[in-house]
Design a protein around this ligand. Structure first.
Ligand SMILES: C[S@@+](CC[C@H](N)C(=O)[O-])C[C@H]1O[C@@H](n2cnc3c(N)ncnc32)[C@H](O)[C@@H]1O
Length: 466
């Protein structure tokens, strides 16, 4: 009967597809589209915010949902603010026109709802307010700008949402201001030296991307020019211009990428000036950053996140800790300062090499790193007699493999600290652990990427005493 009603409703809507509906926006998707209902049918409306009442024209009708186009705001959400970004076309920051306070409330609400709905999180456990930034702008330490040509002029900026059309952008609120000067210098160098911009449609032209990396604590700056050629004409002139004009400029690297690919960086680097690397700190730990190495893009909030993980781990100096999905070992090194021993497990060999180098660099001797899939390595280590008092996991978006969770349960650690970039898989995994004798104690969301829908969560679980 319900099915029949839905069918009738859908065909009704189809008949009125070009009609305009009043919709109240009740939530946002991960991509930042508003979610509303038209007589029970979910409709996604780009450009709307939670709390907006809008006139919406249906544009697409699928089996279980519809998409609509915003025609007019009848009454705007009370959280609406003027976006500081002049470029609507970008789509990088989905909620810049929502006040920062409301963004944090939205993220807290999204984590809470997801953990209650999918994770059956007990009503007695409250999700803490999101730890946000005091100044939620210019927080990215890494920027990647595509380079192209439009109407005979070099354009450098970002790809228009969902396309590879480059929008020539003068500024970006979440990047460091110094990038604007760097872009101008590279454009000037290209014009003066007759160096072409890459055209991906014909796979011709020289400069594909400008990548910058900035050490927030050290102030050191690396500029990487990605080229579709082995040589970069007069690159030393660009290095000279950067050195003379950009305080903190430390190194210029040419990265060669001659493949027909959307991957930005190629494997081969030519150091034009400096050492081809810069340094930065998270807390008291120092890290080397090279063109290809991974480093968290918001270092200020990374410190907040790691300190929360460390606080929840409640280490006294006697514990053995597993840091599963450890990447370049940043969390492992943080924990090692307070633990007896930390074992890090990660699938990418280069990341493990970096983790070992970072340990040496910081004089840390109580870490050991293993390369391989966590679902293979963790059970094997446990079989060999390794075990943990505290387990930290920081998995990719798909969450932890069930074999990893199963072995954690067998290990009987006192505490599990789960760092997650995806509330849905966090919810699924905490449900599994709760069914096997753990209890959620604390849930702390952290805002790593203001103005986007992304939210990171640190969750503390402990063994239930029988
Ligand atoms: C969210 S990152 C965590 C990075 C690290 N904790 C940090 O803060 O820099 C997830 C990591 O899991 C790794 N990974 C993905 N699948 C894996 C698997 N099956 N086994 C082990 N590591 C995996 C990725 O390479 C990545 O480094």
């Amino acid at each position: 009967m319900l099915k029949l009603c839905k069918e009738i409703l859908r065909s009704e809507l189809m008949l009125r597809e070009s009609g305009i509906y009043e919709v109240e926006i009740i939530d946002l998707t991960e991509k930042g589209e508003g979610i509303g209902k038209i007589e029970g049918l979910t409709v996604f409306v780009d450009g709307t915010l939670v709390g907006d009442k809008a006139k919406v024209k249906l544009t697409k009708l699928k089996k279980n949902y519809a998409t609509g186009e915003l025609i007019e705001l009848i009454s705007p959400s009370e959280g609406r603010v003027e976006s500081l970004c002049p470029y609507d076309e970008c789509g990088g920051c989905q909620v810049m026109n929502l006040s920062y306070k409301k963004q944090l409330e939205l993220k807290k609400n999204s984590v809470t709802q997801t953990l209650r709905r999918i994770g059956s999180l007990d009503e007695s456990v409250s999700v803490h307010d999101v730890l946000g930034m005091e100044y939620p702008y210019e927080y990215r330490n890494k920027a990647q700008f595509p380079v192209g040509k439009k109407d005979g002029e070099i354009v450098v900026g970002f790809y228009k949402k969902g396309t590879h059309d480059i929008v020539d952008a003068k500024s970006c609120c979440i990047h460091r201001k110094v990038n604007e000067q760097i872009i101008e210098l590279v454009k000037y160098y290209m014009k003066e030296n007759n160096i072409s911009a890459y055209d991906e449609t014909i796979h011709k032209g020289t400069i594909r991307h400008i990548v910058t990396k900035i050490g927030f604590t050290t102030g050191e700056i690396m500029v990487v020019i990605v080229t579709n050629s082995k040589k970069l004409k007069n690159a030393n002139l660009l290095a000279h211009a950067l050195k003379s004009n950009i305080p903190g400029f430390k190194t210029l690297v040419q990265n060669v990428n001659m493949d027909k690919t959307n991957v930005i960086l190629g494997k081969h680097n030519n150091i034009v000036y400096g050492e081809g690397k810069i340094t930065d700190f998270i807390g008291s730990l120092s890290f080397e950053i090279s063109p290809l190495s991974f480093f968290q893009v918001n270092p200020l909030q990374t410190r907040v996140l790691y300190e929360k993980a460390l606080e929840y781990a409640a280490l006294t100096g006697d514990e053995t800790v597993f840091d599963i999905y450890c990447g370049t070992g940043t969390i492992s090194l943080f924990l090692a300062q307070k633990a007896r021993k930390v074992y890090g497990i990660e699938v990418i060999q280069e990341a493990i090499d970096a983790a070992r180098e970072n340990a040496v660099r910081n004089g840390i001797q109580n870490t050991e790193f293993f390369t391989g899939k966590a679902e293979d390595v963790v059970p094997r280590l446990y079989e060999q007699g390794y075990t943990a008092d505290v387990v930290v996991v920081d998995p990719p978006r798909k969450g932890c493999d069930e074999k990893v969770l199963g072995t954690i349960v067998e290990m009987h650690p006192k505490r599990v600290v789960y760092v997650s970039c995806n509330p849905s898989t966090l919810a699924r995994d905490i449900k599994y652990l709760c069914e096997k004798g753990f209890k959620v104690k604390e849930v702390q969301p952290v805002d790593m990427f203001p103005h986007t829908m992304h939210v990171e969560t640190v969750c503390l679980m402990s063994k239930v005493n029988k």
